[in-house]
Design a protein around this ligand. Sequence first.
Ligand code: PLP
Length: 427
Amino acid sequence: MKDKAISDLILEEKNRQTNGLELIASENFASQDVMDAAGSVLTNKYAEGYPGKRYYGGCEVVDKVEDLARERLKKLFGAEYANVQPHSGSQANTAVFSICLKPGDKILGFDLSHGGHLTHGSPVNFSGKLYDPVFYGVKESTGLIDYDMVRKVAHKEKPKMIIAGASAYSREIDYKTFREIADEVGAILLADMAHPAGLIAAGLLQSPIEYCHIVTSTTHKTIRGPRGGIILMGKDFENPFGEKLKNGNLKKMSSMLDSSVFPGNQGGPLEHIIAAKAVAFGEALTDEFVDYQKQVIKNASALAKAFMERDYKIISGGTDNHMILIDLRNKNISGKQAEEALGVAGITVNKNMVPFDDKSPFVTSGIRIGTPAITTRGLQENEMEKIVNLIDDVIKNFENTSHLESIREQVHSMMSQKPLFAETVKS
Ligand code: PLP
């Protein structure tokens, strides 16, 4: 690359990623093939529209790319409909909301401070500004989604849409119960599986496809693709748009969702990213990917166990997926302080609200830790104990900068020789 300033910064970032312990639950390391596609000549092409129906000439090749991406994605999740154009998970949700709802309509989402996502009704996001959000949460005693509360709020508020999905929830989501509740009140059920999508693709967690009218996801978290979003529908497309689509059929709904993405909310699709998504979906269809996801879960469970043995409070007492949420209030350190001290030690996590938190979102009482990225680097459950010891050491000594720097050296020697994307992740 001729631009020295940017190439130096890319190298600096590569070194940071290589030498550190990446424990952010929403991050991963895409394969070289995914990155090659993302950095390809496909970035040069305008292709407004969809395969076979474009507003630009010269789309015959990108049509094949996008078709391949859609077909692989449908196969991966057993879906009947797939849209691979959303630029991000938020864009995917925007497209679904804007076709299913009118401004002011009521939506029922997972409270952000209990583990939900900004796009599920937060007042600082379009979803909370344009629509009328009400929320469900977790039970304080168990840390598990309170399905009685979901039902109660749904019956009282009669939302037009219910959103099942989370950014910081370590347990399996019961889509069947969500669907029962949605049917009781005549709501559209949207699953946002952005976090566990890779585990679902591997068949290790229940799939929302058979229960939810519409499913959205990101492609860069557990799926390990490029940054982006997707929209899916399964076989059950029975009239989710209410009056608007009496006797609704998949074809009609598909074209409504397609036009909500383009031209409703986006312009030209990113065909280089769509190609990278296709590569990632191809990788996700392999047995190696299933082995990788099994290891992601084993690593997360091993982390949870090792933390609990050191008297850390894990919300819900464990994990079914790729992440854990830790309440640090018994350790006399805030989430913000922990995130900063761990950063000095070369360990990247994010501060996170815990359910019923008494601190602000800028401070928080917790941290969220995930295993997708370290598992891609080849770490296995026997190394989780060591990671927990390092984190515990940081938390006990968070104000001792020279000690944190000595931990950084240990992290560096543990990680620097490992490739970002280990070719074989065997369980
Ligand atoms: N939905 C959920 C549940 C998420 O966790 C996220 C990202 O963290 C998103 C949507 C949004 O994804 P993006 O950052 O690609 O807009």
